[in-house]
Design a protein around this ligand. Sequence first.
Ligand code: ZN
Length: 427
Amino acid sequence: MKRQLLCWLLLWTAAATAQVRFEEHFFDRTMRFDFYHGGDSHTEHYTFDALKSEPYWAGSKRSLVDTTNLGNQLFRIVDAESRQVLYSRGYCTLFNEWQQTEEATRMARSYPESVVFPYPKRAVVIEFYSRDAKGKFTQRYSQQIDPESYWVESFTPRYETFDVVYQGAPDHRVDIVVLPEGYAADERAKFEEACRGFAEAMFAYAPYNRLKERFNIRAVWAPSEDSGVTIPGERIWRNTACGANFTTFDSERYQTVADQQRLRDLAAHVPYEYIYVLSNTQKYGGGGIFNFYGISAAHNPGFTGKIYIHEFGHLLMGLGDEYVGTTAYDDTMYDRKLEPWEPNLTTLVDFERKQIWRELLEQTTPVPTPTTEPYREKVGVYEGGGYAAKGIYRPAQQCLMNSFRGVEAFCPVCQVAIERYVEFLCE
Ligand SMILES: [Zn+2]
């Protein structure tokens, strides 16, 4: 088992490094491409907004091309002359989630989105892909970018920043920026305390406790006009720094930020790869969107730390929810004819692709696995997950991607998936 694991890791790393020399193609700062992503349940379109130059590049300078096949969306930066792929990343969007709602069957809408990549030295083409009905990435939009254009907006800092945890050079670390939502000007101490609580929670759970030296955490002090958060379902509206809201898609606990460009305007004050928004509320809830941001209540009396860890699982690498939902809509979130790309969910359509899961599954464990005592601590293939009771399977009876009460750890599949992804990001 161990040897197999090592070989797979080496192969994966080799594929990731068969690549692009950073210094040849990029400057050590960030280019940001802002756009509007719109459509309805069946259509999708992209509208260009702006190019921006931001001061830091915090990502890896070696793992430039994404070989992980994670995400519903993918963007690629291609050299305009040689057509070589210089950079790519999978990600998810709120627009994609909205496309699955009933509202999207009767109207169109758009969301402000944004992607970042190292600042190119020469002309490049940006290409956007999303998954087709068979789950394959299909190109939806492309546009040439001139990095020397005088229309590239430069960044002006507006806020104070501070380090929460500093472990070393950003290109070999996962760099998290923590942003304040709904903390008024006189609540800075409360936000700083919440930042320390976030860091403590992150490193209290495996595998992050083993990976602590791989993380930097910084914060931007951007006070809000009002104290508290927006809850449309209760007709509560606040003027806040990040513009987040609860009641997303009419779900009481689902808190999101629709305007991702606004978040990046705040985040760009420090070197960052992942944005986490601490929300000045006790109200249970949050959300996490792969490769964009996570958000959750920083002052929930019961589960604050576990909510951080759960939402960060979505944010960091798109881990799927292992719980069963309660509505008919929940049951339709995953197509049973497709294998989900999330490493911790399967429809058994193509379980062969779930390498980590298969490595950890003992040969004597039946598939599907009964939720009985002999298997209580074992990796199995348990029916119920991805919001559905039937037809979708999860790797363990308990996991922080499933529930919080009495649960203190991610399941082994989620843990190994996180560890390998962090290695990829820190190479
Ligand atoms: Zn899990």
